[in-house]
Design a protein around this ligand. Sequence first.
Ligand code: NAD
Ligand code: UFG
Length: 340
Amino acid sequence: MTILITGGAGYIGSHCCVTFLDAGYDVVVLDNLSNSNTASLTRAEEISGRKLVFEQGDVRDQATVETLLKRHECTAVIHFAGLKAVGESTRYPLAYYDNNVIGTHRLLSAMANAGVRDLIFSSSATVYGEPQQLPLTEEHSLNPVNPYGRTKLIVEDMLRDLAASDPGWRIGILRYFNPVGAHASGLIGEDPLGVPNNLMPFITQVASGRREKLNVFGNDYETRDGTGVRDYIHVVDLVEGHLRAYHALSNLDGRDNCFAVNLGTGDGYSVLEMVKAFERASNRIISYDFVPRRAGDVAECFADTKKAQELLSWSAERELHNMCEDTWNWVCKNPKGYSD
Ligand code: NAD
Ligand code: UFG
């Protein structure tokens, strides 16, 4: 069975390639390399000891996607390709609607024409917006507060409409919490361009001496130490959740052929707890300053994990120390990311 992985050269996609190759599937990656490097794919092959097929191209190019789905006789698609930075989405909303919404529409049209109707989609906990109650269950209201989140919700709605229109589609929507960490080999990991937006890559760059100190956005939240609390999940657990979700597609029937599931650990850690955990893992001091809150941030966000356990028979296994140790291993082995 051949799976098309869009965005497969990226951070989460490259880990997903390893998981699916290890599970015996053939993998075709479609990526335009706008935020990645083919080195991640060579390394994924090295880890799994198997080859994959790489096609450089854009999900918005419907004809190309249709041709490669047919040529490689793909049976399912895992769709990671898209843009993902919240702040950037407020400055360039059209780029986000173009890549994420129009890109997914073209992909789905190509899949329909090629007769491929099994799909796993990368959504985000950001679709919930400001939490009304915690932990966040999948039934929580969907009210994203930035353009990025709105593109994810529009795609989710499009997928629900598509599934309702035709029982032949089988669709799994996965709402990620905060993916961090790297493959235990240290061969693949997160390699952000420019100044990192997210906490973990910023902490690693302070630990490795590339940046002087971390700005902690707010220490006056109603949390145990005043700093923001998030549900960090090891990227390898996350992609194993994709394998379980893919298997769960075959249990869907025509009346209920689309599900949305949280992928998180259910545990929340504060910014300062993350700093301390990373100091232990790296044996380095992480200097930080408290600065005002970042616009759009919520105090706390963590997942209810029951539905994932029931529907996918999946729960995250790796703990915070594994997330930090594996990240540090990746950074030490690749101080300049894939450009080493
Ligand atoms: P990433 O940027 O590392 O990977 C995305 C990949 O898609 C990159 O390789 C990029 O080159 C490619 N791409 C972008 N637009 C494309 C297009 N139009 N056609 C073909 N390829 C294209 O990001 P990631 O962290 O691996 O995220 C993967 C997915 O997971 C995204 O859809 C993102 O929104 C979602 N997600 C990520 C997080 C997170 O914190 N990393 C959280 C929630 C959801
Ligand atoms: N933070 C800092 N300093 C930094 C970066 C982050 O203090 O330099 C804090 C934030 O204020 C927040 C926490 O660290 O309290 C986590 O922030 P991230 O930017 O790492 O993650 P977010 O929870 O804001 O968002 C991430 C992804 C989104 C995704 C969301 C899902 O960036 O794409 O997780 O929960 F939608």
